[in-house]
Each structure stands twice: as C-alpha cells, then as structure tokens.
Write a protein that binds this ligand. Structure first.
Ligand SMILES: [Zn+2]
Length: 293
C-alpha cells in the first residue's frame, strides 16, 4: 500500500531535517520531492530551510510542475526533479542537496567512478558529473536527463548533487552513501591514492548484484565509450585489469588471512583470502547494501 499524503508530508520534513543536520545544505538550499500518484508530486517549498519545514508547507504540483495546491511555491529547481521523473518511471522520490564533499568533487570536475568500494559497486555503481548549467534554467534538467537514465546519483558540475530512489528514504540514503563515498575517496587520495578493485572482481560484484536483485537502472561497464555522454546506458566504473599496488606492504605469515605467499613474504603486495573469508566479506557487504534497498 502506498503511504498516504500525510505520511509523505511528514517524511519529507524528516528527510529535510536530516539533510540539514548533516550539513548537506546551508540556509535554504536543496529540495525534495516524491510522487503522490501517477499525476502529482509533493515538493518542498522555495525559500525555506529544509531543517525547519512543517508538513503544511509542502506544495502539490502536476507532472509539469504547475502548482495544484499549497500556500507556498515550489522551488525553481523542481524542473530538475521533473526531468528525473520523466526519464525514470521507476523513481518515486528525488533529493537535491549541496553536500560539501560531493560538491567539492563536482566543483573540481572529478567524478566518483573508481572501483574503490565493493558496497558502492553494489549500490550506486558510479556517480558521473552532469555538465554545468545555470541553476533554475532548462539547461540543468537537460544535463540531468543525459545521465539519470543509467544512474541513481549524479554530481552537478559547480553546483551540488542529486539522488533518485524508489521511495523518499531510499533517495535520501543514496545521498548519504554518495557523500560517504566522496569522503572516503578524498581520504584515500590524501593517503596516496586508492587501491582499486580489479575489473575481474567488479564483474563478479556485478554478477552478485544481479543475483541479489539489487535494483539498478543500468549495468556496470568498464569502457567509458559504452557509458556514452548522451542517454547513458551503463554505469562506467574505472577498474584496472589487475589489482593495483597497495600502500601497506604485505606482512609476513601471521594470524588472519595468509599474506604475501611469494618469496621473501611479498608477492607484489597481494593479499590472499581463503574462500570462506572472501565469502564472509561479500555476505557482509551485501547485508549492508540490501539493508536499505
Ligand atoms: Zn541546488
């Protein structure tokens, strides 16, 4: 049964509080929307802090963004949400915010598309950058349309981030996941760079994603040409053909996973796991991801 309008109004307020409390927006930034039914959206009003909204402030619009009811007006950025709903009938909620780490990547022009975390490969796949467009103009929804066909999370160049989900909490959690990914990526780069998961392992993770039925708008691909720049049909994940060099040299034999079985206790930095250890790691990652999907 679909949640009733009252519940959705209250839930938008809750998501707004979380977005604001976590510093994903400042002042009156950001906007949140959810499908009420096939023809209507419930959206946050403009010029209000997302941390201090009440259920009566919400605006009901049609799928062209025209106001149907409400004392306030929807944000002009609602155009971006409308573009998502138009391209993705499966999406029921959209969150747009300016989380500082993700937005930092968007400002630097660095997409979040490396094969560094198994959980991200399971969930978001990759996060591309939609080209810069002046906020509130039609250019911005057009840039979003290009990539949203294959992605649930986008960076908006020199602006912020956007996530889409099967319900409000799902869209919000994807924003959390993206920001967490950005934070981990930044720390890894400060420490000398990521050790990327190999292409072979990315393919295996993709297989597990399919096996567990984790909802994703498009498959992962490792060839950027396949991801295309217009109407993307897959999620480009940058993965090396073999494991990259590791920062921490392997220790000699000891407790835990067998390490560096080669001569001198090192084998090109390889860490070997038993099948049982690997299965436990994957099961744990799947549990983490499926918890919120
Ligand atoms: Zn914005």
């Amino acid at each position: 049964m679909l949640p009733r309008e009252e519940e959705l109004r209250a839930l938008i307020c809750e998501v707004g509080r979380r977005v604001y409390a976590r510093g994903y927006v400042a002042s009156n930034d950001g906007n949140i929307s959810v499908r009420l039914d096939d023809h209507h959206l419930l959206a946050t009003p403009k010029s209000v802090s997302k941390g201090f909204m009440t259920p009566d402030m919400m605006v009901v619009t049609d799928m062209q963004g025209r106001k149907v009811s409400g004392h306030r007006d929807a944000s002009t950025e609602l155009k971006m949400h409308l573009a998502v709903y138009e391209m993705r009938p499966d999406v029921r909620a959209v969150v747009h915010a300016h989380p500082p780490l993700s937005t930092g990547f968007a400002v630097a022009g660095v997409p979040l598309n490396k094969s560094s975390l198994a959980e991200i490969i399971f969930s978001l796949g990759s996060v591309p950058i939609a080209e810069y467009a002046t906020p509130s103009t039609q250019e911005l929804p057009d840039a979003v349309k290009k990539y949203i066909t294959a992605h649930d999370g986008l960076l908006l160049a020199n602006h912020g981030a956007l996530t889409a989900g099967q319900d409000l909490m799902n869209a919000y959690y994807k924003m959390e996941t993206m920001e967490h990914f950005a934070q981990i990526t930044l720390v890894a780069r400060q420490l000398g760079g990521e050790n990327l998961i190999s292409r072979q392992e990315v393919d295996r993770l993709q297989g597990l994603r399919d096996f567990y039925g984790i909802k994703s708008p498009a498959p992962i691909c490792t060839d950027p040409a396949l991801a295309g720049s217009d109407g993307a049909t897959c999620q480009f994940v940058d993965a090396p053909s073999s494991d990259g060099p590791r920062i921490v040299p392997p220790a000699g034999p000891g407790p835990g996973p067998a390490r560096g079985a080669g001569p001198g206790g090192g084998d090109g930095g390889e860490i070997r796991l038993t099948y049982r250890e690997l299965a436990a790691l994957i099961a744990d990652a799947v549990r983490q991801v499926t918890r919120d999907v």
